[in-house]
Design a protein around this ligand. Structure first.
Ligand code: PHE
Length: 459
């Protein structure tokens, strides 16, 4: 085994950790998915439920994962096994960590394809294709379908994303990941703030604020509640091995509770800012808020085509999406790469390349799904009709919630409460709140989502 086990690495400061973990959390989920699912679910009431889910479930689950990582100081499966053994329990609980790494790997295989669309849109914006369409819905629609149905373009852009990810990770945790993230995250915040200001000035900001913050509960369905909970998991990058491996790099003396709260707040602020950047433009241009997944890649570019400085704003906007997606891709590959270093004794560089190649190979399934390749068209009924849809369903609706359920059961019921309280350094009151969440609130809520998602329960 090589000496260079990544788990010996430590973030160089608490701030570096917060930036990296926020980078992992903030991604396509915040900028692409959150605005359109909010739109589909009626706005304000959905936002409120989502915020409650982050607060009462997301933060405690994040704390639990970071705790496992830090306590085990290993890659996720090993970390869970070590914590189990420290508490006199079976090391078979390791499967929770393994499931997370697997989920992260699977998510990344389609994440790089969607991130690749955003990269393509940066180039299209710079080349003037978006402004040239002048807000013509049909032209923009054709631009999008020409991209998503062309395997060569899809392959080129997603390969670029994964190669970039591998190059950064090959340089290690502090010299690669941390350094890149500490440049990209401030850039992301600046871009987002500028775009939000632009939207406030040129768009219908009041309508957006009203849509997002005045809850109308008659518009919220039970399915919307379940989507809000599922999204809280996705957006905080929970049950994907990420928070465990980032926790393994935590310097001694870092407060798990405080940093988790900061990360969750930063992630939520970005999601809300993304909403406040997109919706004023949407409302000012008479676009339906319920436009669905095409909101970012079709509706918004239509609006950009008619707005002052549209080409520049479009370039900035999609650059921001790329940055957000890239820092999440780094995190998603990190747990697989670290696993190969720790368990297979590979050198860091080799591990990054091997993990990246695996993801790239698997991404062909998603590319084939969009490009209409025969092998990727699989009919799995409610789970989807192609490789991508099935993978998306399998991860978002099965692996992530199920992983979350096991994590809360493990931390809430399997390990000893006094050692947990001691190692987390929580006060009695805070610990009681944490404990209530991981023992009762989270597992019950997650079980409801999960059973609903797989159709055993339909509320
Ligand atoms: N949290 C990331 C986002 O919001 C995506 C992600 C999901 C990352 C699941 C890891 C695991 O885009």
């Amino acid at each position: 085994m090589s000496n260079n086990t990544s788990v010996n690495s430590r973030w160089s400061s608490n701030f570096a950790y917060i930036l990296a973990a926020t980078g992992a959390a903030v991604g396509l989920g915040n900028i692409w998915k959150f605005p359109y699912i909010m739109g589909e679910n009626g706005g304000g009431a959905f936002v409120l439920v989502y915020l409650l889910c982050i607060l009462f479930i997301g933060i405690p689950v994040m704390m639990a994962e970071v705790y496992i990582g830090k306590q085990g100081r290993s890659t996720p499966a090993n970390a869970v096994a070590k914590v189990a053994q420290q508490n006199g329990r079976s090391k078979n609980w390791a499967f929770i960590g393994a499931m997370g790494v697997l989920a992260g790997f699977l998510v990344l295989s389609f994440y790089i394809v969607i991130a690749g669309w955003a990269v393509a849109y940066v180039f299209k914006s710079v080349a003037g294709d978006i402004s040239a369409a002048g807000g013509d819905a049909q032209q923009i629609g054709e631009l999008f379908s020409a991209l998503t149905s062309d395997p060569k373009q899809l392959l080129a852009w997603s390969t670029l994303v994964i190669v970039g990810t591998v190059v950064v990770l090959a340089n290690g945790v502090t010299k690669g990941l941390e350094r890149v993230v500490s440049w990209l995250m401030p850039a992301l915040f600046v871009l987002l703030a500028v775009i939000m200001l632009y939207a406030a000035v040129t768009g219908d900001f009041a309508a957006a604020v009203n849509f997002m913050f005045s809850p109308d509960f008659s518009k919220l369905t039970i399915n919307g509640v379940l989507m809000a909970l599922g999204h809280a998991f996705f957006t905080l990058s929970l049950s994907s091995g990420i928070m465990m491996i980032y926790g393994a790099y935590l310097p001694e003396g870092t407060s798990i509770a405080r940093t988790s709260i900061y990360i969750a707040i930063a992630d939520t602020v970005v999601a809300l800012m993304a909403g406040l950047a997109i919706y004023p433009i949407v409302f000012a241009n008479g676009i339906e808020p319920s436009a669905g997944p095409g909101l970012l890649f079709v509706s918004l570019p239509i609006a950009f085509g008619t707005m002052p400085l549209g080409g520049i704003v479009s370039t900035m906007f999609f650059t921001m999406v790329v940055v957000a997606a890239f820092t999440s891709a780094l995190a998603l590959l990190e747990s697989s790469a670290a696993y190969l270093v720790e368990r297979r004794g590979l050198r860091r560089k080799v591990a990054a390349i091997v993990a990246g190649s695996g993801v790239w190979l698997l991404s062909l399934g998603t590319i084939g799904s969009f490009a209409g390749w025969e092998f990727a068209q699989i009919n799995a009924g409610a789970m989807g009709h192609n490789f991508f849809e099935i993978l998306d369903y399998l991860t978002a609706n099965i692996l992530l919630p199920l992983g979350g359920l096991f994590i809360t059961i493990f931390v809430g019921w399997v390990i000893q409460a006094d050692s947990l309280k001691h190692h987390m350094g929580l006060g009695t009151k805070t610990f009681q709140m944490f404990s209530k969440s991981v023992k009762f609130i989270s597992p019950i809520a997650i079980a409801v989502v999960f059973l609903n998602a797989i159709g055993w329960l339909s509320i």
